[in-house]
Design a protein around this ligand. Structure first.
Ligand SMILES: Nc1ncnc2c1ncn2[C@@H]1O[C@H](COP(=O)(O)OP(=O)(O)O)[C@@H](O)[C@H]1O
Ligand SMILES: [Mg+2]
Length: 312
């Protein structure tokens, strides 16, 4: 088989984020000044592939945007980051996903107000199997459930690992859990899905039921836990000097984890790598401002990252 053309292809949600840092949340009817304001791209699979691109990985994004200013901004930023957008569809009748993120200055926690827009959902017929199978790893969220299932099935058949980022129940959640080789799930989703109140028990239930190659549970500032072959690996969150904003930490963790799979990292190494990249993201406002580059990671990561290759 020829070498993969892309390290990671992400299929899923992309958004335009308006982000403001605030001292506190206003009561209804009250005004609170923004300490800082930024606009930038966001979205689960979208920020995941951008984090890989910053590290020098070859990436592509598959999804939909509306025919509006937000959609144009989203595309422009992907291109500036070197993410391939040849399979990013413009819906001429639709509007794009837009979010307003209010970030608390003291803790970096955020509240998000959003509209998914009216852009259409990707369908299995939109997928280009040859293109998808040129990936070293496929990364999926839940924004296009039918297409995610079809893409995951294709990837599984081709022996390509599938990292899933599932935050809430959607129509095809069972199939997505069954088809993901490496589900990387926030603990709150895991508890919600299994009905358990204990994270460890919920993880064991999920492992027994879907038998993924590995399972990772992310727990915000409490770090992450990896499960593989009856082994459990606890990874603390990376300590940054000052947490400015946790928006997109999970997205970035997924991106780095998917890239780590392509780089051949074993599970504990990959958890450490993803935690480092996600932690560094928290240094700045937004899902992307704080993302480390390959150059910066040289100082902070003990393994060499490949030289930035050019897209073919
Ligand atoms: N405050 C933080 N400081 C350092 N790392 C963090 C922080 N919050 C999240 N992370 C990292 O990002 C990962 C994913 O965060 P989490 O909140 O679980 O996901 P999501 O952003 O999808 O809700 C965590 O496992 C951790 O490695
Ligand atoms: Mg998330």
């Amino acid at each position: 088989m020829s070498a993969p053309r892309f390290d990671v292809i992400g299929i899923g949600g992309c958004a335009w984020d308006l982000l403001g840092r605030v001292a506190r949340y206003p009561h209804p009817g009250e005004k609170v000044p923004l300490l800082e304001f930024r606009e930038q791209g966001g979205g689960q699979a979208a920020s995941a592939v951008v984090s890989v691109a910053r590290l020098g990985g070859r990436t592509a994004f598959v999804g939909t945007v509306g025919d509006d200013a937000a959609g144009a901004n989203i595309c422009r930023e992907f291109e500036a980051e070197g993410v391939d957008t040849s399979h990013l569809f413009l819906d001429p009748q639709g509007t794009s996903h837009l979010a307003f993120c209010a970030v608390l200055d003291a803790s970096g926690e955020r509240a998000i107000f959003f509209t998914p827009g009216s852009k259409r959902r990707l369908q299995p017929a939109d997928l280009d199997p040859e293109f998808l199978c040129s990936a070293g790893c496929l990364l999926l969220d839940t924004h296009h459930p039918e297409a995610h299932v079809a893409a995951a099935a294709l990837a599984r058949q081709a022996g390509i690992p599938v990292v899933t980022d599932l935050e809430h129940a959607v129509c095809c959640i069972e199939e997505l859990l069954r088809l993901g080789t490496h589900p990387v799930l926030p603990e709150r989703f895991l508890l919600e899905h299994t009905g358990e109140t204990d994270g460890e028990r919920a993880a064991i239930r999920l492992l027994e039921r879907y038998q993924p190659r590995a399972l990772v549970v992310t727990r915000g500032v409490r770090g992450s836990i990896g499960y593989q072959d009856d082994e459990v690996y606890h990874q603390p969150a990376y300590q940054v000097d000052r947490v400015v904003d946790t928006t997109g930490a999970g997205d970035v963790f997924h991106g780095a984890f998917a890239y780590g799979l392509v780089l051949g990292y074993d599970l504990p190494t990959n958890l450490e790598f993803a935690s480092l990249v996600a932690g560094l993201k928290c240094r700045r406002l937004g899902g992307r401002s704080g993302l480390p580059t390959r150059e910066e990671l040289k100082e902070l990561w003990r393994l060499p990252l490949p030289e930035a290759p050019l897209l073919q």
